[in-house]
Design a binder for this molecule. Structure first.
Ligand code: DQA
Length: 139
């Protein structure tokens, strides 16, 4: 099973950025734990701060991979282009957020990805990603 985690803007700073909201662990360290935990799956990781690069990556993997785990970060709430890309591709996309976006500012309550997502996992810290992988591996 081929899965990819796609992270959007500012998530390269996980571990340093607002640790009270996003935790103390870098994504690189956490990603290694995930790869060890799900040896049967081939999991890759891509991060970009650039909207078009995220769209290009969705196009690149979206007709080939078994599943995409997408945390579009702030672009979730602003990007019609990323929403359209999720709608256009064939691979199922699970939308993930580390924090509970509905317990935060109202501008975070809108998602342009959600209408086209296969499922949504929100608010379990970094473990949101593990739950998303489990949804592909076990369901
Ligand atoms: C986030 C929530 C977004 O509102 C925010 O802009 C992020 C991270 C999360 O994972 O909790 O950068 O997607």
């Amino acid at each position: 099973m081929k899965l990819i985690i796609i992270n959007g803007p500012n998530l390269n700073l996980l571990g340093q950025r607002e640790p009270e909201t996003y935790g103390n662990q870098s994504f690189e360290t956490y990603f290694k734990e995930l790869q060890t935990a799900f040896k049967s799956a081939e999991i890759t990781y891509f991060q970009s701060n650039i909207e078009g690069e995220l769209i290009n990556k969705l196009h690149e993997v979206g007709f080939d991979y078994d599943g995409i785990i997408l945390n579009a970060a702030a672009y979730t709430h602003t990007s019609i282009g990323i929403g359209d890309a999720v709608k256009a591709i064939k691979a199922p996309v699970v939308e993930v957020h580390i924090s509970n976006i509905y317990a935060r500012e109202s501008f975070r309550h809108q998602s342009f990805v959600a209408p086209y997502a296969h499922g949504i996992i929100i608010g379990f810290g970094l473990e949101s990603y593990r739950l998303a992988i489990q949804s592909f591996v076990y369901i």
